[in-house]
Ligand binder design. Structure first.
Ligand SMILES: [Zn+2]
Length: 241
């Protein structure tokens, strides 16, 4: 594995919008970086394509959706994020296409971010685990919609005006990161943010939720440290617009 050092993420921005498929997608690592950013006075908002209603085997979707929505809002609050919107695509069967791009472009136009954040749209996680169709669809649509949002001839009927101010799209969880954020100060809140997904985690593992979450989040950050001057970090692949 390479030990080439990663670049620090740009910090000359004020507003970020994180757009992912499911409640919990941002909490598996990214939230520690978000805590660090909101501490520094930056605004971060979340847009989630589904309510994660197909995510818990033992809960019917109609019951599960509201539970997961509450958990996501609580997770966001832990890292200083108060704006959480849901696009109400159907969990598990999100379709990549013009409808999804339009919903995401409309969200970017409403929020006017300089930095857009999303999750790994590649086929796999680390070449080992097959990625889900929802992550592939949403990640790709976010990268596409960051451009669509600025073109007034594409999706001309959204409520908000075109927004051509996206400077970067940062993709979390990829095999080929280029940048990182030091999360020394945000890591503990990153742990607590994922712990808010209690119903989801209790259905997922027999371990105590705290042990599961702490091992995972601290493990990711430690793994990354060797490529970022020994500091615990969250990595991104940064696309400059
Ligand atoms: Zn997910």
């Amino acid at each position: 594995m390479t030990t080439d050092q990663l670049e620090p993420m740009p910090d000359d921005w004020q507003r970020a919008l994180a757009i992912v498929a499911h409640p919990d997608d941002l909490e598996y690592g990214c939230a520690s970086a978000i805590a660090t950013w909101t501490d520094a006075g930056r605004e971060v908002a979340y847009v989630i394509a589904t309510r994660g209603e197909a995510g818990i085997d033992t809960l019917e979707p109609a019951t599960c959706g509201p539970v997961r929505e509450r958990e996501e809002r609580a997770s966001a609050a832990v890292v200083g994020v108060s704006s959480v919107e849901f696009l109400d695509h159907q969990d598990g069967v999100i379709e990549y296409g013009v409808a999804l791009r339009k919903d995401i472009a409309a969200a970017i136009r409403r929020h006017r971010p300089e930095l857009v954040i999303t999750l790994n749209p590649d086929d796999t996680w680390g070449g080992t685990y097959w990625n889900t169709p929802d992550h592939r669809a949403v990640g790709r649509a976010v990268l596409d919609a960051a451009g669509d949002a600025g073109n007034r001839w594409i999706f001309p009927d959204t409520d908000a005006e075109p927004w051509n101010g996206v400077r970067w799209v940062a993709v979390a969880g990829t095999d080929s990161p280029t940048h990182a954020v030091d999360v020394t100060d945000g890591l503990e809140r990153g742990v607590r943010s994922l712990m808010e997904h209690r119903a989801y985690i209790e259905a997922l593992t027999d371990e105590s939720p705290e042990t599961y979450v702490r091992d995972l989040i601290e493990g990711f950050a430690r793994q990354t440290a060797e490529r970022f001057g020994g500091r615990p970090a969250v990595t991104f692949r940064l696309f400059t617009k």
